[in-house]
Design a protein around this ligand. Structure first.
Ligand code: PMV
Length: 317
């Protein structure tokens, strides 16, 4: 029986990706830079079956993104019908990058189960076809997604142990987002007057982010990451109809981060297509950041992560 299980962690972009080139293979309009997390994880098992069936967190679902992904994969590889089971230990579809860990794990499990013998770069390219940001979860630590030899593929830019930053996430809602990233990106591309400025400035933000990571320059990285995040949300808000992913507690949490920064704490924030606020801090500031964010009205709970590894196969013992 062909089967395998893979573990993959979500990643958080510090220089954001929001916008695709034309076509169905999720070619990003711009490069991006991210960190892969440790504690949050998606475990995905695949096995040969009589028909395709997808179960996410115990519920059988009909997922168009997964169906389209399997169609693309089957055009390149001969694969039987699949039973896919995926479990995440964190809220899915709520701006915590579950599609990144989901597709990185799914592709890694399929590659192992059917011995497709893909290289790490090939797995990254295929994971990207499922969800753009999933290309980055194939790698651990600090990861860049950029154009390489005519295709778009992620690569590791700093290993996970090299710069031990902490991530404190303020959960402000457990509800799934109402506009998915693919639809949202297309809307911004078609309607926002800022789209051209966004793609242009993201290229230089990416270069500045890479330099800050290579020099382990926290304040430079903080400035690039907050700016990229706020520009992406300005782009979303200027789309028609507007895309607004924040709630009141999101704004209150940003204010709390500003207060900590004012008190000299090394911390910065970033926010994706959802209301959660992700903060990065130096290791010794973790407790102060957790205490302050947990006290913000509307913050339901906080999660603490470090930097984690890329997607890998769970070897049977
Ligand atoms: O990979 P997708 O389609 O879920 O898009 C990810 C979009 C953001 O999370 C908002 C930004 C990013 O670069 O991860």
């Amino acid at each position: 029986m062909n089967e395998a299980t893979a573990l993959a962690h979500p990643n958080i972009a510090l220089v954001k990706y929001w916008g695709k080139r034309a076509g169905k293979t999720n070619i990003p309009a711009t490069p991006s830079l991210s960190i892969t997390l440790d504690t949050l994880v998606t475990r995905t098992s695949v096995r040969e079956s009589e028909q395709d069936q997808v179960e996410i967190n115990g519920t059988v679902v009909s997922d168009k993104k997964i169906q389209d992904f399997l169609i693309q994969l089957r055009a390149a590889y001969s694969l039987p019908p699949l039973s896919i089971e995926s479990f995440s230990n964190f809220p899915t579809s709520a701006g915590l990058a579950s599609s990144a860990s989901g597709f990185a794990g799914l592709l890694t499990a399929i590659d192992a189960a059917f011995r497709l013998e893909m290289s790490t770069s090939e797995r990254s390219i295929w994971a990207r076809r499922g969800s753009g940001s999933a290309a980055r979860s194939i790698f651990g630590g600090f990861t860049s997604l950029e154009e390489e030899n005519g295709d778009w593929c992620a690569r590791n830019v700093l290993p996970m142990g090299a710069w031990p930053l902490k991530v404190v996430i303020a959960i402000t809602s457990e509800t799934a987002k109402n506009v998915g990233s693919t639809e949202g990106m297309e809307r911004s591309k078609q309607t926002s007057p800022y789209y051209g400025a966004w793609t242009e400035s993201t290229k230089s933000d990416h270069a500045a982010g890479l330099l800050a990571v290579s020099q382990q320059d926290f304040s430079r990285l903080a400035s690039v990451a907050e700016s990229s995040c706020l520009k992406m949300h300005a782009l979303m808000l200027s789309s028609q109809p507007p895309l607004s992913y924040w709630n009141g507690a999101t704004v209150e949490t940003i204010a709390a981060v500003r207060e900590l920064q004012g008190a000299g704490i090394s911390v910065f924030f970033t926010i994706d297509a959802g209301p959660q606020v992700k903060t990065l801090c130096q290791e010794d500031a973790t407790d102060i950041v957790v205490d302050r964010l947990a006290s913000v009205p509307g913050v339901l709970r906080t999660l603490v992560c470090g930097l984690g590894p890329g997607a890998y196969v769970d070897q049977p013992r």
